[in-house]
Design a binder for this molecule. Structure first.
Ligand code: HEM
Length: 496
């Protein structure tokens, strides 16, 4: 073999076959040679490609990434630098943290559909697996599929009308405390609303009396599963969490026992369905905690980001509010209103594009895999970036600009699949997708119907924090004032 390629010696230029003007077969030889060389080149390239490792950031890129992180105060800025420089498949080379990062529609199809069986979700050492144990989110294989079958009917489109009252009550309960003139941070306020909704809708439980007592536990659980030093130092001691996890476990245990006593044979909500399915209390606890975490933290972030974007774009706020006034008027928002709030839906979709609360689909390769010619060895942590996919300038012109018109019917029609995936995709997509869509529309409609919002911070001062979800930091400080009844003839009534 020639030392600098996979070509046999005889086909290399410096070992040519007797090229000479006197050779009668010279023309034939050179023609054959050219063809063979080009075929071998193709094979060479293919072989080399098959064994390519995903590229890693160079030292210069590392410096650029650090500058971007410093500017934006977020590690997402570093990932954007790497994506722009290295393409849709690259390896992060931080000490102790070396996942392969995948971006774009092809990568999404690869992770979520075609190679799904070779990519497992569960990682025993991850805090989220320790916390949720056998919860749907962290299970794989048959156990996952069985749980999904049991839980799906409680979140199916058919039953969503059952949850509308709980959604409106959640808003009214929390906003009843919005007295005084001072600005309030909408992030915790949206968390309170989302928690009340998930408990009442899915477990028939009024969480309001216990909200203050369990608030520190909820925040502690979220910080336990958020990215942190434990990702680099795997055996890092993490004291201070066990008590809060126990407090939540006791609470959920009590909830299961009292549900059994009070709602015998009731299968009209998720907890009732879980009890009827004969699962053990410990596996039921895992599903309740999964729904509680996955089903409230995401909607909290999404509501807060959407209100931030509306606050920063007064035209969009005015248009969304005019739509709510025209569609809902003085009524309490209902299921049929939600379907008519087309512009509000575009705003929500654009907010989920810019700030997807679940910004990564994280998996581990079970076998050696090949993505786009890159070799991903078994055992590699594979991270599909929803955030980078939805901010990719190849698919989203001027990607950082807030523009709800991207989701108008005309502009949505030609969109390529898997370029927009805030709820994931494939058989393991978000089970609460329809629930969340309804919740976001109804909560925002109720808020816009009843309140004026004015940001009490500089929009540019808000940065993206990578917690359990993507959260706005330092929060969304906002003035909230009840709308005056005289504002429009259809203005909503004051709350009784
Ligand atoms: C704006 C709101 C929400 C967003 C953006 C969101 C996003 C996502 C995404 C991206 C996934 C897939 C993750 C992956 O591929 O690894 C997912 C899965 C999941 N979501 Fe959501 N979600 C939302 C609301 C909800 C709600 C309301 C619930 C429950 C009521 C919920 C429960 C779950 C569960 C249990 C899974 C795991 C499903 C499975 O593995 O089969 N989510 N969500």
């Amino acid at each position: 073999m020639c030392s600098n390629s996979l070509l046999p010696l005889s086909l290399c230029d410096h070992h040519s076959f007797g090229a000479s003007d006197h050779n009668p077969h010279y023309g034939l030889y050179t023609g054959m040679k050219k063809r063979l060389v080009s075929e071998y080149d193709t094979v060479n390239m293919q072989l080399a490609t098959l064994h390519r490792k995903p590229p890693e950031p160079s030292a210069i890129m590392g410096r650029k990434a650090l500058q971007a992180m410093w500017r934006d105060k977020s590690p997402l800025a570093a990932l954007r630098v790497f994506h722009a420089e290295l393409g849709d498949c690259f390896r992060v080379n931080a000490p102790g943290f070396t996942p392969v990062m995948l971006v774009g529609p092809e990568a999404a199809r690869f992770v979520l559909v075609t190679s799904r069986a070779d990519l497992r979700w569960r990682k025993e050492t991850d805090p989220i697996t320790r916390l949720l144990q056998h919860g749907l989110l962290v299970e794989d294989g048959d156990m996952h599929d069985q749980l999904r079958q049991t839980l799906t009917p409680a979140l199916h489109k058919r039953v969503l009308s059952n949850y509308v009252d709980a959604m409106i009550r959640g808003v009214d309960e929390v906003t009843a405390g919005w007295t005084g003139e001072a600005p309030r941070d909408l992030l915790p306020e949206m968390r309170k609303i989302a928690l009340l909704i998930i408990f009442e809708a899915l477990f028939k439980h009024d969480f309001a009396p216990d909200l203050a007592t369990l608030w520190p536990a909820v925040l502690r659980l979220l910080s336990y599963i958020s990215p942190g030093l434990w990702m680099l130092w795997h055996s890092m001691p993490r004291p201070g969490y066990a008590n809060r996890i126990r407090q939540m476990d006791d609470y959920l245990g009590h909830l299961i026992t009292s549900y059994r006593a009070q709602h015998k044979d009731d299968v009209s909500d998720m907890l009732g369905m879980l009890i009827a399915s004969g699962l053990s209390d410990s596996v039921i606890r895992d599903q309740l905690l999964t729904m509680l975490i996955a089903g409230h933290d995401t909607t909290t972030a999404s509501l807060a980001w959407t209100l931030y974007l509306l606050g920063a774009h007064p035209d969009a706020l005015a248009r969304a509010r005019a739509e709510v006034d025209a569609v809902v008027g003085r009524d309490v928002p209902r299921l049929e209103h939600a379907g008519q709030l087309k512009y509000l839906d575009q705003v929500i979709k654009e907010s989920l594009r810019l700030y997807p609360p679940a910004h990564l689909s994280a998996r581990t390769a079970l076998a050696d895999l090949d993505f786009d010619g890159y070799r991903i060895p078994a055992g590699t942590r594979v991270l599909l970036s929803i955030y980078l996919t939805q901010r990719d300038p190849h698919h989203w012109p001027d990607p950082d600009r807030f523009d709800p018109e991207r989701f108008s019917p005309e502009n949505s029609a030609a969109r390529a699949a898997y370029t927009y995936l805030p709820f994931g995709g494939g058989p393991r997509n978000c089970i609460g997708f329809a629930f969340a869509e309804l919740e976001l529309r109804l909560v925002l409609a109720r808020l816009l119907q009843r309140y004026d919002f004015a940001l009490a911070l500089q929009p540019a001062g808000v940065r993206v924090h990578m917690g359990a979800t993507l959260e706005p930091r330092p929060g969304i400080r906002c003035l909230t004032s009840p709308r005056r009844v005289s504002e429009t003839s259809d203005a909503p009534p004051a709350l009784s």
